[in-house]
Design a protein around this ligand. Structure first.
Ligand SMILES: [Cu+2]
Length: 153
């Protein structure tokens, strides 16, 4: 009996340390969505993903109750034309930061289910190939607002 309780405590301790580690390993900073005219059926999404672990993390999906569908894209010049190439996943390398931004990797979020204006918050969820899922929120900002924000730093 005593032995099994000790064993149980060891198991519980390991489980909780794994959870803490996972929660700490991917940090999401500065998630934002440029404000668009209400008629727009697609919004872009930007954020920085900081992988504080020693293993690469693979992002396989995003979801939000505020959008019908979210795709991961890479903006790239192909034969002199600006193209957006859908990505099946995004890799955040160990101890590195992946920044989603204009002209590079970004999110395309289709069919907003409510009117979103500057200052609103959007709940998002990111899913990793290791089975972990993480929630975060993005702020709707006018492009001018975001520019001035950058100048202050
Ligand atoms: Cu796109």
């Amino acid at each position: 009996m005593r032995l099994s309780i000790t064993w149980l405590l060891i198991v519980l301790a390991n489980v909780s340390s794994i959870n803490t580690y996972a929660a700490d390993s991917l940090m999401i900073h500065n998630a934002w969505v440029p404000e668009m005219p209400p008629v727009s059926r697609v919004h872009a999404g930007f954020a920085s993903f900081h992988n504080a672990s020693n293993e690469d993390l693979e992002i396989i999906a995003f979801s939000s109750p505020d959008y019908a569908r979210i795709e991961m894209h890479l903006s790239k010049e192909v034969d002199g034309m600006a193209r957006m190439i859908p990505q099946k996943s995004l890799i955040v390398q160990a101890n590195k930061m992946l920044t989603l931004q204009h002209g590079s990797y970004h999110l395309m979020m289709f069919k907003p289910v409510r009117k979103l204006k500057s200052g609103d918050n959007i709940s998002l969820s990111v899913q990793l190939s290791n089975g972990k899922q993480q929630s975060f929120s993005a702020t709707v900002k006018s492009t001018m607002q975001n520019e001035s924000h950058h100048h202050h730093h």
